[in-house]
Design a protein around this ligand. Structure first.
Ligand SMILES: [Zn+2]
Length: 231
């Protein structure tokens, strides 16, 4: 089987690595290519005593480190944190990264989020996947069809999140934790205990799916149809 590319597209670097990094790690482990794309540096999550600009650079460095740990690549678009624009221009920027890496599978935010950046990212990625495949949409790279679109299990996007796919990440669980550890926020330095939440979540999802550690994913509604001639 040819190498396939999994692309994890998030509003903020932490979302990409914490809620989608397990799937990326497993994909790389299985011989595929893994690419993260964050639409912002997540700089406005800066803790007291550090400027947003300084924190953005910390986030950038952490992202490069996390990608290295997982054997993946990390792309960053630098829209202002908390102000990701819901415009075709942004969808086309995401489309260009999808075409550049020829992403076969895309994971992004579920729409049921209280966070406007996450909602915008969800909508932009859906449009970007459409634009990427559109043969008459002339961009630098040729058209490319994404085969599968999934939504990630994110504590901030939990409204009506209904997983239908479980991925065994037992073999890469330690690597996933190490990648998360590249970010200061992983250890709860900005308030939420990401390490405890996402490591426990992998155990909980593993309990439900018969694996030691797992991530749960939700397929796009349009991809939930199975076409059969016989049951
Ligand atoms: Zn976020």
């Amino acid at each position: 089987m040819a190498t396939t590319t999994l692309m994890a597209i998030a509003a903020h670097p932490g979302d990409a690595v914490f809620s989608m990094g397990g799937a990326v790690a497993q994909h790389v482990r299985n011989g595929g290519k893994g690419v993260f794309l964050s639409l912002t540096l997540g700089e406005k999550g800066a803790p007291a005593g550090i400027t947003a600009e300084q924190y953005g650079e910390t986030q950038r460095a952490a992202s490069m480190k996390a990608a290295k740990v997982l054997g993946a690549e990390f792309e960053l678009l630098t829209y202002p944190d908390a102000e990701i624009p819901l415009r075709d221009q942004a969808a086309l920027a995401v489309c260009d990264v999808i075409r550049k890496h020829q992403a076969d599978i895309v994971i992004t935010h579920w729409s049921g989020s209280w966070h406007k950046d996450h909602q915008h990212c969800h909508l932009l990625v859906r449009d970007a996947v459409f634009y990427a495949s559109l043969k008459t949409m002339n961009r630098q790279d040729p058209p490319h069809g994404v085969r599968k679109l999934f939504y990630a299990d994110n504590w901030e996007d939990a409204e009506n999140f209904k997983p239908d796919t479980y991925l065994d990440i037992t073999d890469v669980f330690d690597k996933f934790l190490a990648a998360g550890g590249a970010y200061p926020m992983w250890r709860g330095e900005t308030g939420f205990r990401y390490n405890d939440y996402y490591s426990s979540l992998a155990v909980m999802r593993g309990c439900l799916s018969g694996f030691k550690h797992a991530v749960a994913l939700m397929s796009d509604m349009s991809e939930r149809i199975t076409r059969l001639r016989t049951l």
